[in-house]
Design a protein around this ligand. Structure first.
Ligand code: CMC
Length: 435
């Protein structure tokens, strides 16, 4: 397409190229704007900014559509597995059976941690939040695996990607074991990705442990849903960190830090805390009123999304899963699930939420399933981080290979003091000391 956008400003006029993708809105190219007209663009929160070209994940927020490499999330959730989806996100195509076997084998054989890493866990206080431990330990991987740090070597990048995907469950489980004072459980290469995670979290050396196939599949499915979500806050953080040439372990640690916030991946933990605080359906109106009150910082956690202005397709799948998983695990009458359903019903009928197109997002129901799987609340965001590592790594690899990639260096609209002269302290007045 050769369409152009014409921009008229007090400094003059220019024609801006319009870049068309394969789906979704086109993007007006503004990279020459500063050079030509000496203007910046102003877009706090990047609401209208495409920061990169990407061929990994597509979202249509109006229609509630999510595609990984073109495949609808509903089909992947129904028919695929987490490792197959990981392969798809990393390599762009669904694997053949032998490619999947080889990939699964590689991931399985990278699950061990260097023994010295155990000392890192011991250094954390026993009640440290597991996400705090994850940020530290994942960042420290770059101090151990020097043979996969050359970001310009495709093989190094691939090994680092495999290591990150494989070691994340081991690190997550060790973070949990440390917090409850139990010995770490070594990975078991005979198990599936999620079966192994469950064992490392819940087995003790003195007892035999059987992986529950319902829990194993439920976790695998949740991981598929969380694997990637285009340029969200944590993925953008990984890309920004990576744009400076930082090593992949450091980049993923920065993604974990960004994910932790309650407006992002921390929302799943916050939803459970909120539901427990609400307690009974009678108190729902009180919390809805608080969510609508501009003077109250409280928000309905698990509701709303920057891109989805329709039901989050992942939330729809998880909601259905909740019924199935709770039935199978014997928690069919979980009062928190009943409460969540009621809260959703009341919010979706409320003018405030209708007007703003606020729907349940992926985090609204995921905590209910984690709870049924006996995963402690503090580990909810850690589960998200394990799954999203695949997306972070795929996006990081794509960025490194992008010929248009440059260091991410946003500008600003400066609103501070204009230039002024230094005032010696003896004659400085209180009004000149900024608060
Ligand atoms: N409860 C009450 N009001 C809300 C909520 C909510 N959960 N979310 C948005 N609003 C209101 C907001 O106050 C604003 O109202 P007004 O136009 O009157 O000022 C309007 O809706 C638009 O909200 P926004 O803050 O401009 O939207 P955003 O795109 O900047 O933020 C969000 C998106 C996800 C951060 C926000 O909806 C939110 O804080 N939700 C709760 C936290 C949450 O569930 N996060 C998980 C997101 S999905 C998974 C993930 O990213 O990890």
């Amino acid at each position: 397409m050769n369409d152009k956008a014409r921009l008229t400003t007090p400094h003059g006029e220019t024609e801006l190229p319009i870049h068309e993708g394969t789906m979704g809105p086109a993007a007006i190219g503004i990279d020459r704007l500063y050079r030509e007209l000496h203007y910046l663009t102003y877009d706090p929160g990047f609401v209208s900014t495409a920061a990169c070209k990407s061929a990994i994940t597509f979202i249509d927020g109006e229609q509630g559509v999510l595609l990984y490499r073109g495949y609808p999330i509903e089909q992947l959730a129904e028919q695929s597995s987490f490792l197959e989806v990981a392969y798809l996100l990393l390599y762009g195509e669904l694997p053949t059976q032998s490619q999947l076997d080889e990939f699964s084998d590689i991931i399985t054989h990278h699950t061990m941690l260097n023994e010295n890493l155990r000392d890192f866990f011991r250094g954390f206080y026993h009640d440290a939040h597991p996400m705090a431990i994850m940020v530290g330990v994942v960042g420290s991987l770059s101090a151990f695996y020097h043979d996969s740090l050359d970001i310009h070597d495709p093989r190094h990048r691939e090994i680092a990607a495999h290591r990150l995907i494989a070691k994340m469950p081991t690190i997550a489980a060790a973070s949990y074991k440390h917090s409850i004072g139990e010995p770490f459980i070594y990975p078991d290469n005979s198990l599936s990705y999620t079966g192994n995670l469950l064992k490392m979290m819940f087995a003790v050396p003195s007892e035999p442990y059987e992986v529950d196939p319902v829990a194993e599949r439920a976790l695998d499915l949740i991981f598929i849903l969380h694997a990637d979500h285009e340029q969200n806050a944590s993925t953008s953080t990984v890309r920004v960190a990576g744009s400076s040439g930082a090593n992949p372990f450091a980049c993923i640690a920065s993604g974990i830090a960004a994910l932790w916030g309650p407006a992002h991946g921390g929302a799943n933990e916050a939803v459970l805390t909120m539901l427990e605080e609400i307690g009974t359906p009678e108190r729902i109106p009180e919390f809805i009123a608080r969510a609508k009150d501009r003077k109250d910082p409280f928000r309905l956690m698990g509701f709303g999304h920057r891109v989805y202005k329709n039901y989050d397709p992942r939330a729809r799948i998880i909601r259905k899963m909740c019924h199935e998983v709770l039935d199978k695990l014997g928690d069919a009458n979980d009062p928190l699930f009943e409460l969540a359903l009621k809260l959703e019903e009341i919010a979706l009928a409320d003018e405030y939420f209708i007007e703003r197109k606020l729907y349940p997002n992926v985090d609204f129901y995921s905590g209910i399933i984690y709870r049924a799987l006996k995963i402690p609340t503090k580990l909810f965001t850690v589960m998200f981080a394990i799954a999203r590592t695949v997306g972070w790594v795929a996006q990081w690899m794509e960025m490194i290979q992008d010929p248009e990639q440059r260091i991410s260096r946003p500008r600003q609209l400066y609103v501070g003091p204009v230039q002024r002269d230094y005032v010696p302290i003896e004659i400085r007045k209180a009004s000149e000391v900024s608060s």
